[in-house]
Ligand binder design. Structure first.
Ligand code: BES
Ligand code: ZN
Ligand code: ZN
Length: 498
């Protein structure tokens, strides 16, 4: 797929589809063609009652007035409601229309009206991302016949006013990097759980380090080394499985850096629930439980190309959560690496057990300035925020706001949730320091976050519960069914600011 920037729209430019984007009630902003075509568009809009509402579209055939046979006008809704997510959804409308009409080349006119808001810096980058994300499909397990049917977009030309084109070349390549990184995470989540074992993830990490030409360093700790470090909480989860655990540490260290940031991903490569086994329908999608790890790996795969001036350490405590004769039992007590004892009352609340040790290791060995974790942690977070929005908890207001800003700039939806100290009462254990499930029926995503906060060692930290958005059970504008790669764009955007 090729992306090009062109100054001013040229009538002679040949495309299967020409897309223009229109704010509600502002049709005049896109009437920048010949007077004949402008009149034609106005008449078509009036006839079809097209006003540019969010989600509205109008397709017209240009009848030889310009070289592109078809024109699609996409409604953006009200100017004041505009954001990157809405913009990317509109781009995907155009992409879908191109694909469904079997076209391979499109021109997008990005008029000046798109650059009059707080997001003007991110328009080009997010357009490229949206094209890549909305044309993604995972077809490697389909027959060759089916695979052949999938059409690849060859080229998208972005037409900008001549004066706007300066410095935008870089935005094209950044958008491409973030888009491809997200697709890499989707691929990892979409692979079957029999493939993406802890060893598989460790090998992906090794390949990333190898490809980086020495910029990224990798270390994989085996069961014995993990045991020596005292990570019994993590090993407790891993012990029910035939697949050995792999503790993955990736390090990106530029020549000059001021901050050291740790990104930690939940890496349960399959969550059966363990002895507190899940019902068949809840287990169906549980290959998704390594989505946090997939995001961390994808960030590292592409970090090298963005070259931020920040040290980044990636941590993944990868294992399976399986029932067996050796498996963890409800009632067992585990000691985590930081010395705290955990009473396990439900083996399906396993993510926090692995993260407790991933955090303790990070605090003791990496000593980062900030810690960010991504975890498909609780069904309760999905109940609260649905499929599209990640819950965010944190112990540092400034770090919270920088991540909220990165989320809004990258079009990923995140909502700040309370780390309500009074709820700690609900995870007090009778016989250990803490228990892994709450005694209350409600607030499960908060008590899970409070549990994690016990292992942060006072380091500024943000937790993203991505149980909802990590996996699409229904396709949406930017993602088909399956892994969504949530968090990759957010993290790359956040880390690029350094
Ligand atoms: N991996 C699940 C959470 C999850 C559920 C992610 C649905 C994505 C979709 C996690 O390990 C889990 O099972 N959590 C339990 C915790 C409970 C036992 C306290 C849950 O949310 O039901
Ligand atoms: Zn679970
Ligand atoms: Zn889980």
């Amino acid at each position: 797929m090729k992306f090009t920037l062109k100054p001013n729209y040229s009538l002679a430019s040949e495309n299967d589809l020409l897309a223009v984007f229109c704010f509600e009630g502002k049709l005049e902003q896109i009437l920048d063609f010949s007077s004949e075509l402008n009149r034609f568009i106005s008449e078509a809009a009036a006839k079809e009652s097209f006003t540019g509402k969010d989600g509205e579209k109008l397709q017209i055939s240009t009848k030889g007035m310009i070289s592109s046979y078809k024109m699609l006008i996409v409604g953006l809704g009200k100017n004041e409601d505009f954001d990157i997510y809405k913009w990317q959804k509109s781009v995907s409308t155009a992409v879908r229309s191109l694909i469904s009409s079997k076209g391979v080349k499109a021109g997008f006119i990005l008029g000046d009206h798109l650059f009059t808001n707080n997001y003007s810096q991110n328009i080009i980058e997010s357009s490229v991302e949206a094209v890549i994300l909305s044309s993604y499909s995972f077809i490697k397990y389909k027959s060759e016949e089916e695979r052949k049917k999938v059409r690849k977009i060859e080229e998208i030309e972005f037409f900008l006013k001549a004066g706007k084109i300066n410095n935008q070349g870089e935005a094209l390549s950044i958008g491409e990097i973030k888009g491809l990184a997200t697709c890499f995470a989707r691929d990892l989540v979409n692979e079957p759980p029999g493939i993406t074992t802890p060893l598989y993830l460790a090998n992906v990490a090794r390949d990333i380090a190898k490809e980086s030409g020495g910029v990224i360093d990798v270390q994989i700790l085996d069961r014995d080394e993990v045991k020596k470090l005292g990570m019994d909480s993590y090993l407790g989860v891993a012990r029910g499985s035939e697949e050995p655990p792999k503790f993955i540490i990736l390090t990106y260290q530029p020549y000059r850096f001021k901050k050291n940031i740790a990104v930690i991903g939940k890496g349960i490569t399959f969550d059966s629930g363990g002895l507190s086994i899940k019902s068949a329908d809840y287990m169906e999608t549980m290959k998704l439980d390594m989505a946090g790890a997939a995001t961390v790996l994808s960030v590292f795969k592409y970090l090298n190309l963005l070259k931020p001036k920040v040290k980044v350490t990636g941590i993944i405590a990868a294992c399976e959560n399986m029932p067996s004769g050796k498996a963890l039992k409800p009632g067992d007590i585990l000691k985590s690496m930081n010395g705290k004892t955990i009473e396990v009352l439900n083996t399906d609340a396993e993510g926090r057990l692995t993260l407790a040790d991933a955090f303790s290791y990070t605090v003791a060995k990496i000593k980062p300035d900030y810690m960010i974790d991504l975890a498909t942690l609780t069904g309760a977070c999905m109940v609260a925020l649905g499929h599209d929005i990640a819950g965010m908890w944190g112990n540092d207001d400034k770090l919270n706001s920088s991540l909220m800003k990165a989320a809004s700039e990258s079009g990923e939806k995140v909502w700040l949730m309370p780390l309500e100290k009074e709820y700690k009462e609900m995870i007090k254990s009778q016989i250990a320091d803490i228990k892994n499930v709450s005694s209350g029926r409600y607030g499960g995503a908060i008590t899970a976050s409070l549990f994690l906060s016990e292992f942060t060692g006072g380091i500024p930290w943000v937790h993203l519960d991505i149980a909802g958005p990590a996996f699409k059970e229904k396709s949406d504008a930017l993602s088909p069914w399956g892994g969504s790669g949530f968090g990759v764009r957010l993290l790359l955007t956040y880390l690029s600011q350094f």
